[in-house]
Design a binder for this molecule. Structure first.
Ligand code: 4NP
Length: 154
């Protein structure tokens, strides 16, 4: 089993989308996908209703996800830890115990050669339109990541 973790700040807007979309593109017999937030603000909460809506419009149900906080043990469980922006990346790296942990952490948009901005914009204080843009960016990036993971591990 290859274990993949998507990480943002609150685990209610961006990483639940990255989690649900990537999961929909990979065979669950080979790949386990999860998500977490670096902050504790929303532990136990459902994804933001706007993320739920934009995903549902594209046939992806993320409504059963529950927010949790990233923990040090995630470095043991996961093979790939994707940070949605530079700030999330720095926060995850600050918890790393050794180089092996650091080697598992990737900036999500480094996987998307079509996109020059390397931060997935935080839509929390934005409008539904911002969530749609984030969905499209994550959908494009998930396609690239899923192809790479399948080529590497299947
Ligand atoms: P996320 O968005 O990191 O994409 O889940 C946010 C959600 C909540 C907050 C910030 C960002 N907040 O400050 O509560």
């Amino acid at each position: 089993m290859i274990n993949i973790l998507m990480v943002c700040l609150g685990n209610i807007c961006r990483s639940p989308l990255a989690h649900g979309i990537l999961q929909s593109k990979l065979p669950e017999i080979n790949f386990f996908v999860d998500s977490a937030g670096t902050a504790a603000y929303h532990i136990g909460n459902k994804p933001d209703y706007r993320s739920i809506i934009v995903a549902k419009e594209k046939g992806i149900d993320i409504s059963s996800q529950n927010a949790r906080q990233f923990k040090v043990e995630d470095f043991d469980k996961f093979d790939y830890i994707y940070a949605m922006d530079h700030s999330n990346y720095t926060n995850i790296i600050s918890l790393a115990r050794h180089n092996k942990d650091i080697g598992k952490v990737y900036l999500y948009l480094e996987e998307n050669r079509f996109n020059t901005n390397k931060n997935v914009p935080d839509p929390y204080y934005g409008e539904l339109e911002d969530f749609k843009k984030v969905f499209n960016l994550i959908e494009e990036t998930s396609e690239l990541i899923s192809k790479k993971l399948k080529a590497t591990h299947l």
